[in-house]
Design a protein around this ligand. Structure first.
Ligand code: ADP
Ligand code: ZN
Ligand code: ZN
Length: 723
């Protein structure tokens, strides 16, 4: 038997698969097995991607693998990893690394292995010795007695019987006990719930109808068919539908994956799944240690865990009997991976569901135009509690001196007076804080990235948000010596201070990336939940799926900042921002309202969001996208070439452009981009209705140009479906 092995090495040049002969005790390995193989003088870890009867290599050149690892990956996942590599123009090793047990991917020098420990069990001879008259030492007798109730970990047994390891070894030599090395049961990570609710007694009519269509898809003899879009307003009880859908899959003997946006942000959702399904849930999130992830992976692989809840990488959960994939908040940008392979978990979910015969259910209050177009829709048009969505007031900020409009101040003042709760959302893209010299106009920029450094008042430094470069806030201008340095922009910190003034003595809780890293999102949310009254302020994070019934006011600051960026998703982002925040307000008997501040409150996305008209927005957006050839009516691919010195990046981009155009695929560029991480960059954009053809052309072009000596100093990065 010949195993075709793809080596797990980050080197782009080393392209497998390579043939190895299987013999002896390795004859049983199959597709998905992980092998240690000799490669020249090195040893590499590799994955078996195929088996064959014969090799094209002469027998004397065929080597044998050195060892097999304990873990193996389901065959369908090997195929999925290789598909991701092709679809996102990456390498097989990087695609496969996604589906392997955590800690075994490319670059891991020593893969994790299951923790082993020695277990002791009594043998029939041992039973007889204990009962009969055999001569036994006092410690030996105690050890056998302790084992008569069942096998024990050797360490525990030694403690109970007051003996040491040599006693156990001698009992083993006499055949009275058996010592075996066994895999230790994995440890479970802890999940903290925030605001978790009990099981509701009865589904609403809309929820019941949604569940019925999901169940009938699960039972369809011809397979589940097209993905479903669960389009439900905020507070319509989508999570309860997911929970019941998962239960339905489990009842049918199938496993389920639930994708949630970056999980640290949604402890509530994860908590509800653990509450409902207990130990059969594996939770994967970014705060787990490598070992905890590995242990969770094994619980799924062995079938002890049947449900996987996690962020985008959970789409690769090692289930062999997958029946359901849920994508919660399917509009969320965190489903796209930023590094190579730049996969989109929603697209991978579609692929995996189709290949493995699983049902895909994607849910959102603000679905993507792509899903509205391609999926079959189920609607939850009403809130569970029958309350209407809160009224949204749009206010224009032209001529307003401070960060808050008069209407906002009044509303916040009422919150203070009545001791209620509010959420204030800062549209992150709008808050630029930077330094400039009042004398000569110098602006502080990053020496590596050609972008303005952002001012962090608290730390008294300016920092680059691309590469992390930072410097102290200067006393004077290095160009002209002036000591008059201006600080621009109302940053989160300044708004926060003004907010504190307006609502004092109510507490203000800040939630942003810095706080999330230091304290954890769940901790801040818990403090906000427990507070009698107060204001939660922060960037996009505050609008994500939290359920606090007593919030009566939502405020969006600089709502149209998103629209000032040249991005075809700008409209979609702006609409979602307002609609999602509106969903956080007025969930309780106190009702609620929303104020949206914008420079131009008359723009379409805001006007429709204020009317909660997501159908109207989607219809208009799909029309616009069709006219422009944007997704779902066309596919975008971005190729970025970069180099340390100026020049090679443009030459490389020019060559890639020519090769793509020669394949008959339309391509725009090269356009220079601002420098980033001390690299000069040039970009090509491919927009084509023929996805497969465009991807194939880009792959061939990049591989060919990257292999040319003349472009040796350039690097290439490809982004299919950029966000
Ligand atoms: P969505 O995800 O659609 O915004 P949630 O799933 O957060 O909505 O549900 C909002 C609230 O309604 C939650 O507190 C949830 O426990 C509750 N809920 C869901 N379904 C029902 C039901 N059938 N009856 C009563 N309460 C429900
Ligand atoms: Zn100056
Ligand atoms: Zn920088």
């Amino acid at each position: 038997m010949i195993a075709k092995v793809e080596p797990l090495t980050p080197a782009r040049a080393l392209r497998g698969p390579f043939d190895y002969r299987l013999a002896g005790e390795l004859a049983g390995v199959g597709v998905g097995s992980m092998l240690v193989v000799p490669f020249g003088r090195r040893r590499l870890l590799g994955v078996v991607v195929d088996l064959a009867e014969e090799s094209e290599l002469p027998p004397e050149r065929l080597a044998e693998p050195l060892a097999a690892l304990e873990a193996d990956v389901p065959r369908a996942l090997v195929a999925l990893g290789l598909w991701v590599a092709r679809e996102y123009v990456s390498t097989p090793a990087r695609g496969l690394a996604l589906v392997l047990p955590p800690g075994t991917g490319t670059g891991a020098a020593r893969p994790l292995r299951p923790r082993r420990s020695l277990r002791a069990a009594i043998t029939p001879a041992g039973q007889a010795a204990l009962a009969g008259g055999e001569r036994l030492g006092q410690r030996q007798r105690a050890a056998l007695a302790a084992l008569s109730g069942g096998a024990l970990a050797a360490a525990l047994l030694a403690r109970r019987a007051g003996c040491d390891h040599s006693t156990l070894r001698s009992l083993e030599r006499r055949g009275l006990i058996r010592l075996e090395s066994a895999v230790e049961p994995p440890r479970r990570p802890r999940v903290e719930g925030v605001g978790a609710r009990a099981v509701p007694a009865e589904l609403t009519a809309d929820q019941a109808a949604a569940l019925t269509s999901i169940e009938s898809r699960l039972d369809a003899p011809a397979g589940p068919g097209r993905p479903l879009l669960l389009h439900g307003v905020t507070g319509s009880g989508k999570t309860e539908v997911y929970l019941r859908a998962v239960a339905a899959a489990l009842e049918r003997g199938r496993s389920a994956i639930v994708l949630v946006p970056e999980i640290a942000l949604t402890p509530q959702t994860a908590g509800r799944f653990v509450e409902r399904f207990g130990d059969s849930v594996a939770i994967m999130h970014s705060r787990l240690s490598q070992r905890e992830r590995y242990d969770e992976w094994w619980r799924m692989r062995r079938g002890e865990a049947r449900v996987c809840v996690g962020p985008r990488s959970a789409i690769f959960a090692p289930f062999g009997d997958l029946g359901l994939i849920v994508v919660d908040e399917e509009h969320d940008g965190s489903y796209k991976q930023e590094g190579d392979p730049r996969y989109d978990a929603r697209t991978v979910a579609e692929r995996r569901a189709a290949v493995e015969g699983a049902l895909l259910v994607a849910g959102s209050a603000t679905p993507r135009p792509e899903s509205r177009h391609g999926f079959e829709r189920i609607e939850l048009p009403r809130r569970v509690d029958g309350r209407g969505l809160p009224p949204v007031e749009l206010v224009g900020m032209l001529g307003c001196p401070g960060p808050f409009h008069e209407a906002t101040r009044r509303a916040l003042d009422e919150i203070r007076r009545d001791g209620e709760k509010a959420i204030v959302l800062l549209n992150r893209r709008g808050w630029s804080n930077f330094l400039s010299c009042r004398e000569c106009g110098r602006v502080w920029e990053c020496p590596n990235c050609d972008v303005t450094l952002v001012l962090h008042r608290a730390a008294a430094e300016v920092a680059c948000h691309h590469c992390g470069h930072s410097e102290r806030v200067p006393r004077s201008c290095p160009d002209c010596g002036s000591v008059s340095v201006a600080r621009h922009g109302a940053g989160t910190e300044q708004v926060e201070r003004e907010l504190e003034d307006v609502v004092a003595p109510l507490p203000v809780f800040r939630l942003d990336a810095d706080v999330a890293a230091a304290e954890g999102v769940a901790a801040v949310l818990r403090r906000f939940e427990r507070a009698r009254g107060g204001v939660l302020i922060g960037t996009q994070m505050v609008a994500k799926g939290h359920d606090f019934p007593d919030v009566t006011l939502g405020v969006v600051l600089d709502a149209d900042a998103t629209l000032r960026f040249p991005d075809f998703r700008a409209e979609e982002r702006t609409f979602a921002l307002v609609a999602q925040l509106a969903g956080r307000s007025g969930r309780g008997p106190g009702g609620g309202r929303v104020i949206v501040q914008a420079l131009d409150p008359s723009v379409r996305a805001l006007a429709l969001a204020a009317r909660h008209d997501s159908d109207g927005f989607l219809a208009g957006e799909l029309e616009r996208r069709a006219a422009l050839g944007y997704p779902p009516h066309g596919h975008l691919i971005r190729v970025v070439c970069s180099s340390v010195d100026p020049g090679p990046e443009l030459a490389a981009a020019e060559s890639v452009r020519a090769a793509i155009a020669a394949a008959g695929v339309p391509v725009l560029g090269p356009a220079p981009l601002f420098r980033r991480q001390a690299r000069h960059r040039a970009q090509l954009v491919i927009r084509s209705p023929e996805r497969a053809k465009a991807i194939a052309a880009v792959r061939a072009a990049v591989e060919a140009v990257a292999a040319e000596r003349t472009h040796g100093s350039a690097s290439f990065s490809v982004d299919v479906d950029p966000q």
